[in-house]
Design a protein around this ligand. Sequence first.
Ligand code: SAM
Length: 278
Amino acid sequence: MSEHRTGAPGRVKEVTSLANPLVKDIKALALKKFRDQQNAFMAEGLKLVIDALDLGWTIKTLIFAKTGLGNPAIEKVAARTVASGGDVLEVSEKVLTAITRRDNPQAVVGVFTQRFVPLKDIRPKSDDVWVALDRVRDPGNLGTVIRTVDAVGAKGVILVGETTDPFSLETVRATMGSIFAVPVAKTTPEAFLAWRKEFPGTVAGTHLKGAVDYRSVDFGSRPVLLMMGNEQQGLPDNLANACDRLLRIPQAGRADSLNLAVATGVMLFEIRRNALKL
Ligand code: SAM
């Protein structure tokens, strides 16, 4: 490992060996155990890293491909990383491929500190919309929901019970950067149900046996909590019973249900259309 200066103020470490301890720590972030131990996660792509810094996320390490040397945008991000106390690693293609577990990896990767919003700090007001996901299992679904929440202008996501990790590489990839824009809370069913009692608006569950067509509801201008069920089992009774209404998206054809992320998207855009009285 050698150290040198780029156009960025501060030191950049050059790393080419997979045996380097810094590289080993970053590679370990593929496993939840080590993400939790390091309270960190990885996000790929220059634009995404810039957005994350602009949104105030803490960068621990910036990793960039040798080919990025001399690129003013990368050097600027490197300077911001050093200024905020982070490390900067200039690595070989081989190291980047190993870190991202991908052929043709992005030229820039950031390692950031994880961030959850405490449930008690979520106090919905006016026409805020929050999504609660019961035991979501699939990283692609979770990432797509976070991305959709961002796109529709909803406030955030509450993960209830045992869930897939919002900071896994797969989930972060599926959010397409929205992981940095959408607050995520994580809680037990018990704590969620206690918090729900104080929810000042409509709690709308979705259920294949829902009695109400989702298009017939007037959400008004109160906050909405949209509750979505687990991919295999749907909402359990204790969560379904805590909803003001159980809504159904009518389906044609032979499919017995919609994909979780698709159903969430349909519901969120309907809630927004309804609130805006489009
Ligand atoms: N076998 C599961 C069941 O019996 O509920 C299917 C769950 S579905 C894949 C995942 C979640 O998406 C559901 O719990 C519900 O929240 C939502 N969902 C999917 N299709 C829906 C529909 N047609 N109407 C209302 N919600 C739906």
